[in-house]
Design a protein around this ligand. Structure first.
Ligand code: SP5
Ligand code: ZN
Length: 334
């Protein structure tokens, strides 16, 4: 299986995230990439497919803000990484976004996703890795893996959040559509609900989104991922949410995955994108499921058994020392 990642994905190194009433060390450390690389062989650098496939999913003004905010922040004399503190949650009229805090707050959903001058390149090349994997699969490979980092599934068309800036799984799914694949399914098995992916395809019937995740009643992102969220308009019925409780082990996760795969089979995709997070592992420092390293081989084999051409995109997983083993276990199942 071809694997894609780019060295600039490691440059993004925020110091802290604002969480639980204070600054705590940022969980998405660049060492995640080094350990995954070390556990995998034959990694390729993706070609540069440019901005067009990213702009097929994300707003141009948002992409510009991701690039500008860290520089504006430094120019304003701010000492730390760029973290928003005011959000236009209430209904708003036209805003002037000339102040960096307004520009950032209007394009962010939380305070755990700091921006640095290196964030854009890391996110951009993570999307390029997903695009290269998609091109391989559209070109006839059975599967390919995008070793994306920073992750993507919390990012929406015009906002960052949950350590995510660009939604690589959505970029991959849209690229497959634009390459002529009529129906694309996304299976999201990160511990957290992929609110950004759900949001991007909420009203579309050509891209099916199924997610298995910690119940948003107890876990980030809190406001999305409940079982009654099924899509709207042309996308009604093309979103499936399967929240699970703390302590979930392989048996319950497998049952939920079987439900998701049945729904995807009824949809009939020409290509599957898997948003894979290893933060469902029993030792993950910010999560509360109880999958083991061998669990991932079982889950992957059941996905591979469906026979759909599959693009795998890396999402979360914060137990750094175990991450390489968990990713290798998942890929072994393919
Ligand atoms: C892609 C992904 O897995 N994003 C997860 C975002 C979860 N953020 C909310 C929880 C933040 C907990 N941060 C703990 C940091 C400890 N230093
Ligand atoms: Zn996650």
């Amino acid at each position: 299986m071809r694997i894609f990642t780019h060295p600039l994905q490691a440059a993004h190194r925020p110091r802290d995230e604002f969480h639980n009433g204070g600054l705590t060390p940022y969980a998405d450390v660049p060492e995640r990439l080094a350990l995954m690389r070390a556990a995998l062989g034959g990694i390729e650098t993706p070609p540069d497919a440019g901005m067009a496939p990213i702009l097929a999913v994300h707003d141009a003004a948002y992409c510009q803000a991701l690039q500008d905010v860290p520089h504006l922040w430094c120019a304003a004399g701010r000492p730390g990484d760029a973290i928003p503190y005011a959000f236009p949650v209430a209904r708003r009229r036209a805003l002037s976004l000339s102040r960096v805090d307004a520009l950032l707050g209007a394009h962010a959903m939380d305070t755990v996703t700091p921006l640095t001058v290196d964030s854009w390149a890391a996110a951009y090349w993570s999307s390029q890795s997903a695009l290269a994997a998609t091109a391989a699969v559209v070109g006839g490979d059975r599967s390919a893996f995008a070793l994306s980092r920073p992750p993507g599934h919390h990012a929406g068309r015009d906002y960052c959040g949950g350590y995510c800036h660009l939604n690589h799984a959505a970029v991959a799914a849209q690229a497959a559509r634009d390459a002529g694949v009529a129906r694309v399914a996304i299976l999201d098995i990160d511990y957290h609900h992929g609110n950004g992916t759900q949001d991007i395809f909420w009203e579309r019937g050509d891209v099916f989104y199924a997610s298995i995740h910690a119940d948003p009643a107890t876990d980030f992102p809190f406001y999305w991922g409940h079982a009654d969220e099924v899509g709207a308009d042309g996308g009604a019925g093309a979103t499936l949410n399967l929240p699970l409780p703390h302590g979930t082990t392989l048996d319950a996760f497998r049952a939920a995955q079987a439900t998701a795969l049945d729904a995807i089979a009824r949809f009939g995709p020409g290509l599957l994108v898997v948003s894979f997070g290893a933060d469902t592992w029993e030792g993950d420092p910010i999560s509360r499921f109880a999958l083991t390293t061998p669990s991932y081989t079982t889950l992957a084999a059941e996905i591979a058994g469906c026979g759909w051409p599959t693009v795998i995109v890396m999402e979360g997983g914060y137990a750094v020392e175990a991450l390489g083993h968990n990713v290798a276990s998942f890929l072994a199942g393919f």
